[in-house]
Design a protein around this ligand. Structure first.
Ligand code: MN
Length: 143
């Protein structure tokens, strides 16, 4: 009986406590779709992580000037300024090179991934964001 219990727990799936140790990290969610941004924020909360939210690339630029962020979850397509352009501007400016930027994109085809990385993003995650995938990326990049 012990075997059947232990096999139910997948070691590959981080538990809440694993990511809660990063609770002091500052996370910014940049997403113009309210449903998507709330979904991501709820997922982050379920890991014990707080986050701030902005709606477009211009708001990202202003947010990173006001506060030090460790990680940005950056939607690609946003009004006024896209995630790609916001990333380029952040990387052009001095002083923000250490911010981890993870693209959130609906079409994670290889050309799009290349564009994200060329713009200066560190990684990407596909939309809709899955909890497991998010937890793996956070564990990798917040460490
Ligand atoms: Mn969008």
């Amino acid at each position: 009986m012990t075997d059947s219990i232990t096999t139910r727990v997948s070691p590959a799936e981080p538990e809440r406590g694993d990511l809660a140790r990063f609770r002091d990290k500052k996370i910014l969610v940049a997403e113009d779709n309210k449903i998507n941004s709330q979904l991501i924020q709820l997922q982050l909360q379920s890991f014990g992580l707080d986050s701030d939210m902005v709606n477009d690339g211009l708001e990202v630029l202003s947010a990173v000037e006001k506060k030090h962020y460790d990680l940005v979850l950056m939607d690609w397509q946003m009004p006024r300024m896209s995630g790609l352009e916001a990333t380029r501007k952040i990387r052009e400016q001095g002083g923000h090179q250490d911010i981890v930027i993870i693209a959130v994109t609906a079409n994670a085809m290889s050309g799009d991934v290349d564009a994200c990385l060329e713009a200066g993003m560190n990684d990407y995650i596909s939309k809709p964001v899955k909890r497991d995938e998010l937890s793996i990326k956070l564990a990798k990049w917040l460490a």
